[in-house]
Design a protein around this ligand. Structure first.
Ligand code: F6R
Length: 264
């Protein structure tokens, strides 16, 4: 894992956007895995700016979202369809037919639906760069604590902490759906490259456990230790519980000298 610690959220977002933009420029037919949530908002904002001001071209790109609430229609304001539309798709030149978000309105044959989502990813050639956030419980996607580290796209029951964290996106009289469709840990680990972002002190414990703790299904992000090409971009607050941060800084300096393409 390459761990990059930036001073604050804005710097984290710029660094992450630089990595994504460079990947898009190198491979105009890139397949991107997209996360939603608060953390990548600055990254998407910067990608939109690069599209508008620096001609960053998404016309050949394909996207697959990690997850979607089960039971929410695509046009619900808290759906991840709406999120990806509002924060990226409607603001850059992604082609509608190349944007994929799990369909939260499926209400039968869930396994077939989830297998078909995976088949679409395979047909696209697999995910070149997967963007991830991390939950306070250490989840990636909606792979809640105790999810199988070999799991595939499936319906998953949300943990109480996740429901609480996501309640602000719903109205006062609305409940967060109890389940979601999410790519599994096994699915995520098949991405060629992974970019994990975390910001804020509330993530510092999950981040430390994911990077420096044992690989365990109780912190599903720890499974990323098994992947050979993960970049983690943190702000100072999210990095505050890391034990080896001086070492990460030295690794970054050496990587920039020896294999700068890994940091781009
Ligand atoms: C979102 C997702 C989640 C979030 C995580 C962090 O598609 O899969 O794993 O990345 O819950 O959310 P924020 O960034 O809102 O703290």
């Amino acid at each position: 894992m390459l761990v990059i610690i930036e001073n604050n959220y804005d710097a984290l977002s710029l660094r992450a956007a630089g990595i994504v933009a460079s990947a898009v420029r190198k491979n105009p037919r890139i397949v991107l895995g997209l996360a939603t949530g608060n953390t990548p908002l600055g990254l998407y904002r910067e990608l939109v700016r690069l599209h508008c001001e620096k001609a960053l071209d998404f016309s050949g790109a394909t996207t697959f979202n990690l997850d979607e609430y089960l039971g929410l229609p695509a046009n619900h304001r808290a759906s991840f369809h709406t999120y990806v539309q509002d924060h990226l798709a409607s603001r850059v030149n992604l082609l509608r037919e190349n944007i994929h978000v799990p369909d939260g309105s499926v209400h039968e044959h869930y396994e077939e639906y989830c297998s078909a989502y995976e088949a679409l990813i395979r047909k696209a050639g697999g995910i070149d760069l997967q963007i991830l956030g991390i939950g306070k419980t250490g989840h990636i996607g909606f792979n809640e604590p105790t999810s199988s580290l070999g799991s595939r796209t499936r319906v998953k029951t949300l943990a109480p902490a996740t429901i609480q964290d996501n309640q602000p996106n719903f109205g006062p009289n609305e409940s967060v759906p109890p389940c979601a469709i999410t790519m599994g840990i096994g699915t995520i680990l098949e991405a060629h490259r992974i970019l994990l972002l975390a910001s804020g002190a509330s993530k510092s414990s999950a981040v430390a456990q994911a990077i420096e703790g044992p690989i365990t299904s109780t912190v599903t992000a720890s499974a990323l230790q098994l992947h050979p090409d993960v970049i983690v971009v943190l702000d100072e607050d999210a990095a505050s519980q890391l034990r080896y941060r001086d070492y990460y800084e030295r690794v970054l300096q050496n990587t920039m000298q020896l294999t700068p393409e890994r940091v781009e």
